[in-house]
Ligand binder design. Structure first.
Ligand code: PTJ
Length: 246
């Protein structure tokens, strides 16, 4: 039983979600390690959304609203922590969710599929009965992607991911929006937009930003995109961490 008075109640709550997802065959064994790495960086950024991240979330919403075929790529960790928000964003933007796992097994696919089906996701791709095509120059289980999903997408959302895929998607001229608490990771550096923040705080803010911007003139959204530099964003995230040591 979790004690609500515990000073680290929220952190314990999300740990419990991770543990439950592992027991339910959703999370990869390594997903626990990935979560721990995330917690460490979250501690360093002060476990809050910085002004810099808030701006980056706004930019991410501009990308989602101006691209023709965005896809939300999900793995075990994202599903464990924010499946409801993923379903909501998918419905709000009317875009597919595609399951793409590094540690892919038929059993995990079935378990994750059940989560999103229960949440009412209309277009769920990457399941075992989908049609796949390999991502050029990418080896391993993440390479096959849905022909109707990531393969044709012009924007791919790849939260909480290890570093083997972002540069291959970027080489295909796809825009990549990533959520990663580690501003130094390969994925963070390669992505078009990297939100350096905890996915549990990002998703509600991203949904709000999409709602706020959905009626804004496309030209204004594109101007905001033009004025954004991911390198500058990552430098700001790093200097926010450094300030915590002063
Ligand atoms: O479900 P699968 O089979 O696709 O496997 C998924 C994992 C996460 C195990 C796999 O992609 C992996 O090993 O990832 P890495 O290399 O550990 O990278 C995950 C990144 O996500 C790390 O940079 C973490 O800091 C970051 N991260 C972890 N938890 C969070 C996070 N970023 C934002 N919010 C979090 N809650």
């Amino acid at each position: 039983m979790l004690n609500k008075d515990h000073p680290r109640y929220e952190s314990l709550l999300y740990r419990q979600k991770i543990v439950d997802a592992h027991k339910n065959g959703i999370l990869a064994d390594s997903g626990m390690i990935a979560h721990g790495r995330g917690e460490t960086f979250d501690y360093l950024i002060g476990e809050k959304t910085t002004a810099n991240s808030l701006n980056t979330i706004d930019i991410a919403s501009c990308y989602f609203l101006t691209r023709k075929r965005p896809v939300l790529s999900v793995n075990g960790n994202t599903t464990a922590l924010v499946a409801e928000d993923i379903a909501e964003l998918s419905s709000l933007l009317d875009i597919p969710v595609e399951i793409n796992l590094y540690y892919r097994t038929p059993e995990r696919i079935r378990n994750i599929e059940r989560v999103y089906k229960n949440l009412g996701v209309k277009e769920l791709l990457g399941t075992d009965d989908d049609d796949f095509i390999d991502t050029p120059d990418l080896n391993g289980p993440r390479s096959p992607v849905s022909i109707d999903g990531i393969s044709k997408a012009d924007l791919v959302f790849i939260p909480l991911e290890d570093g083997d895929r972002a540069e291959k998607l970027a080489a295909l001229k796809k825009d990549i929006v990533n959520v990663d608490l580690n501003p130094l990771s390969r994925t963070a550096v390669t992505s078009t937009v990297t939100i350096v923040d905890n996915i549990v705080r990002v998703m509600p803010l991203l949904i709000d930003a999409v709602r706020r911007n959905e009626d804004v003139d496309r030209k204004v959204l594109l101007e905001k995109i033009d004025s954004f530099s991911n390198r500058e964003n990552l430098d700001n995230a790093i200097s926010d961490i450094l300030k915590r040591f002063e």
